[in-house]
Design a protein around this ligand. Structure first.
Ligand code: HEM
Length: 484
């Protein structure tokens, strides 16, 4: 690390100590204060890229608009997202090479899922309508407040709702399936970095093999998916119109046709889709619930808006257009993502060949580069009272823009939840911009609309939002936060 540091410091400013051993100390300290240390570095080196040490790894961080734009627009064969994810999470060892070698789920999300958003609304709503009573209602006695552990409750609801669209109603309600889908993401995110940062390179394949044979994620997914895949193959031969309209069918249309292999391939794709879809949506939604329960003044505001657009007793009124008219709800979720994203550092890229930013900063091959996302989202020059949660921030911006330039002006678009810019990185940017954001937005709006139309909520301790849990650059909503 030190030699890298010295090389990096030749042409880039670096935070923290500059000595040989003290830079290791920094690297450790930053694990416990990454967000604050990055913010301080941004203030110390305004306008410049800088290096930041974390767990024995140097990362070049971008915060200025031009740097962020160049980072996410750089070609994959120069600044590579796939290589960064592969290296940082050691996916080849802990999941197997197929996980990242085949990526046909991405075009399927971009085209099939996004084109079918209107058609998948009825099953999505049906699942939400049955998951809430099963998971939340069952904990409440009539007319009473009940204390609910927010994260586990919504992680189950979101796993069911999402997987209704991925695999249909039989599997999405299976405890075994949901345990696998949710557990897989948590396992990869916690074990990958341990392999990368604590084990020497030569031991990683062995440790990965041991881990794979212990948890058998892919084999378990194959076992659960095989009956469904066989059913659908039979259906495909009889009449294509009976095929369920879900992710598994779309993947089957695209997957390699050799049957013996395709179960293996489809199972890996299903693990991959769950990996990108579940923890992101669950974390975001849990943060939104914590904001709502700790600032309950927003409940009547959102309830009034969704009540005007969506009839709780007539789900045919819950259309894409009606959800699109819930501007305050959209703003509330967008603001949640601004302040409570996935962590302090996003869009990691590994330089697989040398890269030069337009200001002349040279990034040698082998370096990691990423965006200092929380520093961007909490920048006072970009957002007024940037550190404060203002659930109606983007609704007001939209209203002002409509008043001055008309409803269809181009600027209006940037205040919607699914839009991105160098100042709003919740869904990334450039060629890897999240293709699942439209689905995530619709799903979270339906969940939040259902929540405010059916329940009152507050934190166990009135007005107190449970603190986030940070380790290194990643943050999570409090695991044991309870609401009533
Ligand atoms: C609130 C929920 C979500 C958030 C905050 C989120 C965030 C992100 C971000 C920041 C990236 C870019 C990563 C990078 O550039 O390094 C990304 C990529 C991706 N997301 Fe999401 N995401 C969410 C939900 C979803 C869902 C529901 C799906 C699938 C249905 C999905 C599928 C993907 C895929 C496949 C990629 C990789 C795209 C590529 O490599 O080209 N995401 N997401």
């Amino acid at each position: 690390m030190n030699s890298r540091a010295i090389r990096a410091k030749c042409h880039l400013p670096a935070n923290g100590f500059s000595g040989v051993w003290t830079s290791y100390l920094d690297s450790l300290l930053n694990c416990f204060q990454a967000k604050a240390a990055i913010r301080d570095a941004c203030l110390r080196f305004p306008g410049s890229l800088f290096t930041f040490s974390l767990l024995g790894q140097w990362v070049v961080l971008a915060k200025e608009k031009e740097h962020v734009r160049e980072l996410y627009n750089a070609p994959e064969d120069v600044l590579s997202m796939e290589s960064a994810a592969e290296e940082l999470l050691q996916l080849r060892h802990i999941v197997g090479p197929l996980f990242s070698d085949e990526l046909y789920h991405i075009p399927v999300i971009r085209t099939k899922l996004n084109l079918n958003l209107e058609d998948i609304l009825p099953p999505l709503l049906d699942e939400i309508n049955s998951a809430f009573p099963d998971i939340i209602e069952s904990q409440i006695s009539e007319g009473d407040w009940a204390s609910i552990k927010v994260l586990p409750a919504f992680s189950r609801i979101i796993c069911r709702a999402t997987n209704r669209i991925l695999v249909g109603d039989s599997l999405c309600r299976s405890d075994e399936y949901c345990k696998l889908a949710n557990g897989f993401t948590n396992d990869v995110l916690s074990v990958g970095p341990v392999l990368k940062f604590l084990l020497p390179k030569f031991l990683r394949p062995l440790a990965g093999m041991a881990y794979r044979s212990m948890f058998k994620h892919q084999k378990r997914m194959e076992k659960l998916l095989t009956p469904l895949i066989e059913d659908r193959r039979r259906l495909r031969q009889s009449s294509a119109s009976d095929m369920p309209n879900d992710m598994l069918s779309w993947l089957m249309e695209t997957s390699p046709s050799y049957e013996g292999y395709s179960v293996e391939s489809l199972s890996m794709r299903m693990l991959n889709v769950n990996f990108v879809a579940l923890h992101t949506t669950t974390k975001t939604f849990t943060h939104a619930v914590y904001y709502l329960a700790s600032q309950p003044q927003y409940i009547p505001i959102l309830r009034q808006e969704v009540g005007q657009q969506l009839d709780p007793d007539d789900l045919t009124t819950w259309t894409k257009e009606a959800l699109g008219r819930c501007v305050k709800l959209d703003s509330f979720l967008k603001e949640t993502l601004r302040l409570k994203g996935l962590g302090a550092i996003w869009m990691p890229r590994l330089a697989v060949s040398d890269f030069d930013f337009s200001d002349g900063t040279h990034i040698p091959s082998g370096y990691y580069v990423a965006a200092a996302a929380t520093a961007v989202h909490e920048d006072e020059t970009l957002y007024e009272s940037a550190h404060e949660f203002n659930g109606l921030r983007f609704a007001s911006m939209r209203q002002e823009s409509t008043a001055s330039d008309g409803p269809e002006n181009g600027k209006n678009w940037q205040y919607r939840m699914t839009s991105n810019s160098e100042s709003y990185l919740a869904f990334g940017g450039g060629r890897h911009l999240c293709p699942g954001r439209f689905f995530a937005s619709i799903e979270m709006k339906c969940l939040m609309a259902y929540l405010v139309l059916h329940y009152n909520l507050k934190m166990l301790e009135d007005g107190v939002r449970p603190p986030d849990e940070w380790f290194g650059p990643t943050s999570n909503p409090a695991r044991n936060g309870k609401g009533r």
